[in-house]
Design a protein around this ligand. Sequence first.
Ligand code: NAD
Ligand code: GLY
Length: 368
Amino acid sequence: MIQPSSVFSNLTVSLGERSYPIVIGRHLLDDSDFARYVPGKRIAIVTNTVVAPLYLQRLLDMLGAAGKSCISIVLPDGEEEKNAANLMRIFDALLEHKCDRKTTLLALGGGVIGDMTGFAAATYMRGVPFVQVPTTLLAQVDSSVGGKTAINHPLGKNMIGAFYQPQAVLADTATLASLPDRELSAGMAEVIKHGAIIDAPFFDWLEANIVKLMARDDAALAYAIQRSCEIKADVVRQDEREGGLRAILNFGHTFAHAIEAGMGYGTWLHGEAVGCGMVMAADLSERLGFLSASDKARIIALVQAAGLPVTAPDLGAERWLDLMEVDKKNEDGKIKFILLKPLGQSIITGAPAEFVRATLAACTQADK
Ligand code: NAD
Ligand code: GLY
């Protein structure tokens, strides 16, 4: 059924001539008015086997009503599918349909589809226009914004990719209604991250509203998405290609990427690994004297209240360190961490090996 659309917020990622809007609202997919954010006449929609039955026809109708001609590329679902074989499938379909440089690639789905489609857009014919239509909480609060695109390599997460900004992000929060609870929790990890690294009042707000958020209260979710996008857009504006500041968006990710690769992509959801990784980074921050025990406890409690794991898998210390040595932030073979100093502010730093080993030992035990 067609529902009236409403826009909660319309933000801009300010990057000079590469600036673009983030439109956050309900039922955007039911309103052909929003097709104006999708440049070009020919659109290649990339999605997956889970999202296609839910939202592809609505998007086709919406773009069709605005006079656009579309093809659809439906990939298998899952983090383990964020790979070179599926990237090649996108190229195969684009070439088979004789898509040219003016064809716009549109990602309809979560972060996996968004990252992979973005990388295809960055490289097909040396770059074609790209639009993000994120349908998971994680993608609406984080991955669709900022232009990081990538596929995984068996030896490391997101190792093959490019910085390539979309022309627009259209976040229809009504799509979150079909999101499984586990995926809602995964998205909440990146929301918590934004408060922890840079915005203590937002962290306080999250503590006060976590029950509403997990109950999918519309207004609470809309605010969490908007504030997350504001925070991310501001960081990206200051440091688009991660010369420095942008690395703080990787809080918890040094540990998380090791969990994802170490357990096998798709075993832990990315957001679950980030939730646990933030607990580990908080533990290391406390050991180094940067964070109080009570603030570490607040982080653990909020991550837990979001339904995320707080105990790390026991990969064995050597394997953990080996995996963390393959991280894009590392320099001269030294592992870099994003730590809290204090809650609401972050620093990018190395850490003495004995402290890292102590964190690994403490966080792989159930009793903290
Ligand atoms: P995902 O894309 O795998 O989506 C999660 C699951 O939800 C999938 O099964 C998907 O098919 C399904 N789904 C999507 N929308 C749905 C809907 N509306 N209703 C029901 N099911 C739906 O995972 P994700 O959590 O969205 O994204 C994780 C990925 O994002 C990781 O690969 C991570 O590395 C990447 N990421 C990228 C950035 C970035 O800046 N580019 C930031 C954070 C994370
Ligand atoms: N998710 C980390 C970044 O966009 O920089």
